[in-house]
Design a protein around this ligand. Structure first.
Ligand code: SAM
Ligand code: SF4
Length: 477
């Protein structure tokens, strides 16, 4: 399985309602993780006061933002290939007398900076992830056509202090993302994040709680807290002390109407006892945790600078399962990190067998320039990485199928998120983040309903609604 790739038009990000005819049109292409999806929404919010509303596509857009991801191989090539396509559209619009502002955002923008406009001079704005609040000013500078605008500094002030609230006219999303932490100080050998997103920084708890309340007022019932290293969260609390993620989760769970809380992505060494205990005490904390381990070999974990052993990870999983017995886990694995032998790889397979994952993402190691592993000896041949990857993926697929099969026949609470695949169907999410489809009225969107799981589909569960009156997973005031 690979990292999800989101391709959003501005209409599916946060933009003014369709009945408000926009003065200018924005098209947004978003690649990468949920944090980029969240950032795209925020960029749309920042631009809304300038009159930007959704475009039907790039040919219809006065501004196109390509929000990029640098986590995998050939990210930069992919950006330039997309830019080539956008250049043709920009030139065709120019021939009709229309200006198109072309912006490159996200981690490739951060990493490549001015190199982007050197190689693609038709790009107007290059902006790093910490500068989105300054987008209106950059657009004004781009309009003045004073040359490309490049903003990739990490400012001392936090961008969150300047980003607007999600626009009330946006589609009421039942499940919402909320970034609480950015950047990372861990410096894993393979990872670009500390270089592209900068040092670890947490938002103050009050700002997070205010945004969560606002999202709930717009219809959110489930919020996923985001951060590159989300459980390292240590934001300033209302009591003047630093709050960890557990303390924040207790405060968020008190928000009436917020019934489900998730967080991603966590580092095993930052799963402290308070956070583990919170999983037993806060019913709204969903019993599904993405906890990447990357490898099951201590030698490779050390080479990766992961700061824990395979057994420490096993003990952590045991502790979480003791605390919350229905807890399910997903993970990330990197196959073929420099120096990985077949014995190391076998240790990874063994760890997977020992833990039993509900889901997993796996990636062939790809060197990211500037990271320590990129220059390390012992590169694994591509064909061998392919062989190991497919062996690992067969194992995790079996585990995922087993996990899903165990839910057949069970009664579970499903948060209805919208229409299902077919007419008369609705779709939703189980506590374990499984997609669930069932017959039912769309009026149930936003409700948590009891269902009986009937069967497995390829990537979802088919279920029957048990009764039409929605049930709460917990009492909400
Ligand atoms: N913070 C998370 C953690 O500590 O595990 C990971 C976040 S990273 C943005 C998402 C995933 O991309 C990683 O867990 C890793 O499996 C994968 N990844 C990152 N760099 C990679 C590389 N150079 N080659 C292959 N996969 C990589
Ligand atoms: Fe990258 Fe995660 Fe390691 Fe931070 S903890 S360097 S984000 S892999």
């Amino acid at each position: 399985m690979s990292l999800p790739e989101f391709r959003l038009t501005a209409a599916s990000a946060t933009l003014p309602a369709a009945d408000q005819k926009p003065l200018r049109r924005l098209h947004m292409i978003t690649w990468g993780c949920q944090m980029n999806v969240y950032d795209s929404g925020k960029m749309a919010d920042v631009l809304a006061p300038l009159g930007y509303g959704p475009a039907d596509g790039p040919a219809d857009a006065d501004m196109v933002i390509l929000n990029t991801c640098h986590i995998r191989e050939r990210a930069t090539d992919k950006v330039f290939s997309e830019l080539g396509r956008l250049r043709v559209i920009k030139e065709a619009r120019a021939a009709d007398g229309k200006q198109t502002i072309l912006a490159v955002a996200g981690c490739v923008a951060q990493a490549e900076g001015a190199f982007i406009t050197e190689r693609a001079p038709y790009v107007d704005i290059v902006l790093g992830p910490q500068t989105y609040h300054r987008l209106p000013e950059m657009v004004a500078r781009a309009h003045r056509a004073a040359g490309p605008v490049i903003e990739t500094d990490f400012p001392v002030e936090q961008k969150f202090d300047f980003l607007p609230e999600t626009a009330p006219s946006q589609d009421r999303a039942v499940t919402a993302f909320l970034t609480i932490q950015e950047g990372c100080d861990k410096f894993c050998s393979f990872c670009v994040v500390p270089y592209t997103r900068g040092a670890e920084a947490s938002r103050p708890a009050a700002a997070v709680i205010a945004e969560a309340r606002h999202l709930v007022s717009l219809g959110a019932r489930e919020i996923t807290l985001l951060g590159q290293n989300v459980n390292a969260y240590h934001g300033a609390g209302a009591d003047g002390r630093d709050w960890g993620l557990a303390r924040l989760a207790y405060a968020l769970a008190d928000i009436p109407g917020l019934d489900r809380i998730r967080y991603t992505t966590s580092h095993p060494s930052d799963m402290d006892d308070a956070l583990i205990a919170a999983h037993a005490e806060i019913p709204a904390l969903m019993p599904f945790l993405h906890l990447p381990v990357q490898s099951g070999s201590d030698r490779i974990l050390a080479a990766m600078n992961r700061r824990h052993t395979a057994d420490a990870y096993r003990r952590l999983i045991d502790k979480l399962r003791t605390t919350r017995p229905d807890m399910a886990f997903s993970s990330d694995f990197i196959i073929g990190h420099p120096g990985e032998t077949t014995a190391d790889f076998d240790a990874t397979l063994q760890l997977i067998r020992d833990v039993g994952f509900a889901q997993a993402y796996s990636f062939k190691y790809s060197p990211r320039p500037g990271t320590p592993a990129a220059g390390a000896p012992g590169m694994v041949a591509e064909a061998e990485k392919d062989r190991r990857l497919s062996e690992l993926q067969i194992l995790v697929r079996e585990q995922q199928d087993d996990f899903n099969a165990r839910t057949v026949g069970l009664e579970i609470p499903v948060l209805v998120t919208g229409p299902g695949r077919h007419a008369g169907q609705i779709g939703g999410r189980s506590p374990y983040l499984q997609a669930v489809h069932m017959d039912g009225p769309i009026s149930l969107a936003g409700q948590i309903v009891p269902v009986k799981v009937d069967s497995l589909m390829t990537n979802s569960l088919s279920a029957t609604l048990l009764n039409a009156s929605p049930r709460q997973e917990r009492a909400s005031a």
